[in-house]
Design a protein around this ligand. Structure first.
Ligand code: INI
Length: 159
């Protein structure tokens, strides 16, 4: 029996981060958390590229571009969708999640989903370096773990 459990060693890894500027007060902290986690696990600063997009809706296209470049071991997607008075929230949150999942499945590159979807700003801030930790940090660790796992698993056939 073989058991595969991801390792978070980051030396030599190249990681891309896609971050939404919408609700930047939150997303800047997610990016900071992700960068700190990558540095802590040994990823060189030069091996981390960050692409800013207008909002969470734009994340999937840029994540697809970066994943298909084959330059990165993983792509970390960071955003904050905060419920307002309209259904726009649902559309943005759902499409962002769907698109990000699709990029990962289509490319075989780990694409990590950390687009916060919260009722209010306080909940989002709590998850961006507040009482609920920093989800950007967790996303970076998930990226390293998935990169390691994908290296160990049998190669995916191109379809
Ligand atoms: N984008 C976000 O990242 N978070 C939000 O909360 C949000 N809301 O609520 O509207 C949001 N909208 C912008 C969207 O992501 C696109 O940038 C825009 O629709 C242009 O395509």
């Amino acid at each position: 029996m073989t058991t595969f459990v991801g390792d978070r060693e980051g030396s030599g890894r190249r990681i891309a981060v896609v971050a939404a500027r919408f609700n930047e007060i939150v997303t800047a902290k997610l990016v900071e958390g992700a960068r700190s986690a990558l540095a802590k696990h040994g990823v060189a600063d030069d091996d981390v590229d960050v692409a800013w997009v207008p909002g969470a809706f734009e994340i999937p296209l840029v994540a697809a571009c970066l994943a298909r470049s084959r330059r990165y071991d993983a792509v970390v997607c960071l955003g904050a969708v905060i419920r307002g008075d309209t259904v726009h929230f649902e559309l943005v949150a759902n499409e962002s999640a769907r698109g990000i999942a699709q990029v990962s499945l289509d490319t075989g590159v780990p694409v990590i989903f950390e687009v916060l979807a919260t009722t209010d700003m306080a909940q989002a801030e709590a998850r961006a370096g507040g009482s609920h930790g920093n989800k950007g940090w967790e996303a970076a660790e998930a990226a390293l773990e998935m990169a390691w796992l994908m290296d160990q698993l049998p190669a995916m056939e191109q379809t």
